[in-house]
Design a protein around this ligand. Structure first.
Ligand SMILES: Cc1cc2nc3c(=O)[nH]c(=O)nc-3n(C[C@H](O)[C@H](O)[C@H](O)COP(=O)(O)O)c2cc1C
Length: 321
């Protein structure tokens, strides 16, 4: 059992302390542990070249033999971090909340995972095994939930491409200055509990694993996110009255009799777009490929317009170096 904690906060900060406490629980249970702080690594932003999904499409269609991965593979530390993550049974993320959302140090790494998307690589035969790695998420902010509204959900939204199954999530609140977490008596024990939950999940057969966090956390019973929105038509016409913004579960918004709080009542077919499911994500690759194929079919019609906009010039900001 190997568990890695990935911290995106300050050295000596609150997230790091919480991550360490969670790892202590894993180590005491006999697990191998490691901790990295993303500030110590060079992680370039995804260039948006789509080289990875273009290759996946070509390999899937038999037009390219081998999948070569990300164009930045040898240019920074992301490939080494991702390969190390792939050796783990569990990952714990401790990420500070900046502007309601996870800090960019974290999202920079997360958005490099498209080139490593397991369901896509399984679908095209570039990898042959799903390691079923589990994850625990800790968002750390200076405020309460009202100023961290997108923190855990935005982290959850990056889990699908990372092919990680979230079994617990925790929002640490009112942690402004480094060490603030030690003022509150409940935060380190909650982080420890997360470590214990990660161990429990790893020791449970994959098909029997369940949510181990607060059972009443969130509005979506599928992924426990707090964010649902009135649904719109998907690319293929599928539509739900309400949809979970994170996992894509669809259904109706009702009042939970047990808690009196709003909850998403999942429709009979409400999990067909469940992004936790490899098949639903592989279906998303079909969507990407279809949009691309349709674009290339129409390209001759719009080529002149594309060129006209490309050559349009505007004043810009020059930086003297
Ligand atoms: C640029 C910036 C933006 C921030 N925005 C928020 C915010 O929107 N909500 C919040 O609760 N805390 C916010 N904070 C506070 C940090 O989340 C808080 O200091 C946290 O403890 C940082 O984690 P660390 O101690 O692990 O570094 C912000 C801090 C910075 C530097």
């Amino acid at each position: 059992m190997k568990v890695m904690a990935i911290c995106a906060g300050r050295h000596g900060g609150n997230g790091e302390a919480l991550a360490k406490e969670a790892l202590c629980a894993v180590r005491e249970a006999g697990g191998e542990v490691e901790l990295i702080n993303l500030f110590d690594y060079n992680i370039l932003p995804c260039t948006g070249c789509e080289g990875c999904t273009m290759q996946m499409g070509k390999v899937g269609a038999g037009l390219q033999k081998e999948y070569r991965g990300c164009v930045l593979k040898d240019k920074d530390d992301a490939d080494a971090i991702i390969n190390e993550m792939h050796t783990c049974d569990g990952i714990i993320f401790a990420v500070p909340t900046y502007d309601l959302t996870p800090s960019s140090v974290y999202t920079r790494l997360a958005q490099r995972f498209l080139a490593y998307e397991l369901s896509f690589l399984l679908a095209i035969g570039a990898v042959d095994r799903n390691p079923h790695t589990v994850a625990g998420l800790i968002a750390v902010g200076g405020s309460m939930h009202d100023w961290q509204t997108l923190a855990l959900e935005s982290m959850q939204a990056t889990m699908f491409t990372m092919s990680l199954t979230v079994v617990d999530r925790y929002m640490a609140t009112r942690d402004g200055r480094p060490g603030n977490t030690f003022v509150w008596g409940d935060q380190l024990p909650r982080a420890r509990k997360m470590g214990e939950n990660i161990v429990k999940a790893i020791r449970t057969p994959v098909e029997e694993r369940t949510w181990l966090g607060d059972p009443h956390d969130g509005v979506c019973p599928n992924c426990h996110s707090s964010l649902v929105y009135p649904g719109d038509a998907h690319w293929d016409g599928i539509e739900f009255p309400w949809e979970c913004a994170v996992c894509g579960a669809g259904g109706d918004l009702v009042t939970d009799e047990a808690t009196g709080r709003p909850v998403l009542k999942i429709a009979e077919n409400g999990l067909i777009r469940d992004r936790n499911d490899d098949r639903a994500r592989a279906e998303h690759l079909n969507e990407i490929n279809k949009t691309r194929d349709e674009f290339f079919a129409k390209l001759p019609e719009v080529k002149d317009e594309i060129d006209r906009y490309k050559s349009m010039q505007f004043p810009t900001l020059e930086i003297k170096r």
